[in-house]
Design a protein around this ligand. Structure first.
Ligand SMILES: Nc1nc2c(ncn2[C@@H]2O[C@H](COP(=O)(O)OP(=O)(O)OP(=O)(O)O)[C@@H](O)[C@H]2O)c(=O)[nH]1
Ligand SMILES: [Mg+2]
Length: 315
């Protein structure tokens, strides 16, 4: 699905959203390479900078070594280093920068959102629901996080904003029964997309696993392929911890896509690169703010360029 917002508006939001990470990387690279040769010291400092920005130790050493191989013992301008890194990072991300493609023959496509508390599941559902609606799709939401009354209300607020029906259950109702009812209703209404919000209490892993598996199981009574997409939402501000969260959730559900939120709030945006490299799961969307428009498709080149602060004068 392509983003609805004009390309230029999206790019300026992306640039702003990645500003903390790009500021740190660009500033660091300028500090290291102004007047300095590309030698062991500067390569080591670059590697440290990349690790601090959460690209992960293996990517950091791989990129530094690749740069050294090209230009060792020669003067190199900071701008060239940024260009080099952006190209390398884009190449790492490219295989995993996949849009979420909905199968139009499914009425509806069922998207289940999972992830640790506070990572941005409900917010992401609100943003996506609004995007899909703007594209003319019929959307419904299921509040299958029934553990907190506030969680249901939060989803209802997003639903009201975009004029989208939200199927809810009683407080502490069985999440699977809410999901099942929502699926039945979405089917009857001829909806294109059903987005299911879930709870993320990883502290009680056995319960969460049982809950997510039960939701999946009841959805499969309607369509054995449902849920058609299970997306894990990760909070970029947690840095390397996002990697262990993916490991944990892989045991709980069949994760087939990632959404990485809160990139606007952190200089640890390199975690996106570490996730692509290590987890090899498609990254569908990134969140770059709390507003309804602050989400977009994940583009490897645009992301890499903006991570290095290179798209200056686009809009
Ligand atoms: N800055 C910023 N804040 C975000 C983004 N996405 C979500 N948030 C904020 O993060 C907080 C938690 O988001 P929720 O959507 O409630 O997270 P959740 O995963 O549903 O949390 P639980 O329901 O507790 O499991 C909210 O204050 C959101 O506004 C983002 O991309 N950028
Ligand atoms: Mg929530």
């Amino acid at each position: 699905m392509s983003s609805v917002a004009p390309k230029t508006g999206w790019l300026s939001r992306l640039k702003q959203g990645l500003g903390k990470t790009s500021g740190k990387l660009a500033g660091g690279i300028t500090g290291i390479f102004t007047k300095a040769k590309l030698d062991n010291d500067s390569i080591e400092s670059l590697e440290e900078l990349l690790i601090e920005s959460d690209l992960g130790a293996s990517v950091a050493s791989e990129l530094s070594a690749a740069l050294a191989k090209q230009r060792f013992d020669k003067q190199i301008a900071p701008d060239e280093v940024r260009q080099f890194l952006a190209a390398q990072i884009a190449a790492i991300l490219e295989p995993y920068a996949k849009p979420l493609v909905l199968d139009a023959s499914r009425k509806p496509s069922v998207i289940m959102m999972v992830g640790v508390n506070g990572n941005g599941k409900t917010t992401t559902i609100g943003k996506l629901a609004s995007q899909y609606r703007q594209q003319g799709l019929k959307v419904m939401l299921a509040a299958a996080d029934t553990f907190r009354a506030a969680a249901v209300e939060q989803l209802q607020v997003w639903g009201q904003r975009a004029n989208i029906p939200v199927i809810t259950g009683e407080f502490e109702a069985d999440p699977a029964s809410v999901a099942f009812r929502a699926y039945e209703q979405a089917k009857a209404a001829g909806a294109d997309v059903l987005l299911i919000d879930t709870a993320g209490r990883l502290q009680n892993k056995a319960n969460l696993m049982a809950e997510l598996q039960k939701i999946s199981k009841v959805l499969k009574k309607i369509d054995p392929e449902a849920p058609h997409h299970t997306l894990q939402v990760l909070d970029a501000t947690t840095g390397q911890n996002a990697l262990s969260q993916v490991q944990a959730f892989k045991e709980l559900a069949q994760i087939n896509g990632l959404v990485i939120t809160k990139l606007d709030g952190t200089a640890k945006g390199g975690i996106v690169v570490a996730l692509a490299k290590q987890e090899k799961i498609p990254i569908h969307y990134i969140g770059i703010g709390e507003g309804i428009e602050d989400i977009s498709d994940f583009s490897a080149t645009d992301f890499a360029q903006n991570l290095l602060g290179l798209q200056e004068a686009i809009d």
